[in-house]
Write a protein of this length. Structure first.
Length: 214
């Protein structure tokens, strides 16, 4: 799905070898998840619920798979279009993720909602919320990208589900068409994620104390 040798693509093209690429984003003959659209949709949902302080928990953009960049950009685009300020946190293996997130969630301007690149960051968010006594979604909303819907620490996390099952027949049918017409080429197909409501996304809690709205 990454580091694809250019020579391999060139040979397949020259000899018209029927092939379909999965989970990588090339211009032609690919079936891949619409990672950009998924994060844009998730962020837009939280914005529509009334959240403005939404943070993205992700991995460094230097990682190679296209989804790393696309998911971050989907989040950023939705925030900018809504006039909200993007807040992106990129964790490496050297970070103490739990301590970092607990510290962030105790700040006066803490995020009221989180979207995550993967289940790894979502699990950190679930544990951090529990440690700080934050109830989801009352005190903190969360939408994660995941490929399975198993509960995380007993929590039914709101999820943008990677469309593995939907991709399979699309890829097989694309390959059958290419076998029938080896010299043909098809525009790549970006497949929409499946939204799972879960129990961790809702409107932000608003409290009025001494005339100040939080």
């Amino acid at each position: 799905t990454s580091r694809i040798p250019e020579k391999m693509i060139e040979v397949q093209s020259r000899f018209h070898l029927p092939s379909v690429w999965l989970n990588t984003r090339l211009k032609h003959n690919c079936v891949y998840p619409d990672d950009y659209g998924a994060l844009r949709e998730a962020t837009t949902k939280l914005l529509s619920l009334g959240h403005r302080r939404i943070a993205y928990l992700g991995v460094p953009l230097t990682m190679e798979h296209y989804s790393v960049h696309d998911r971050c950009e989907g989040y950023r685009k939705a925030m900018e279009e809504a006039g909200a300020t993007p807040r992106m946190i990129f964790w490496t293996d050297g970070n103490d993720r739990l301590s970092d997130l607990c510290a962030l969630l105790q700040k006066p301007d803490r995020p009221t909602a989180l979207v995550t690149y993967s289940p790894c960051e979502a699990m950190v968010a679930v544990v951090a919320a529990a440690r700080l006594g934050l109830e989801m979604p009352r005190d903190l909303s969360l939408i994660a990208v995941r490929d399975v819907l198993e509960p995380m620490g007993g929590v039914d996390v709101s999820t943008m589900l990677v469309p593995d099952i939907a991709m399979a027949p699309l890829a097989v049918n694309m390959l059958r068409r290419r076998i029938a017409q080896p010299e043909s080429s098809e525009t790549s197909n970006a497949v929409k994620f499946v939204e799972h409501d879960g129990t961790t996304s809702g409107p932000p809690l608003k409290k009025i104390r001494k005339g100040v709205r939080n």
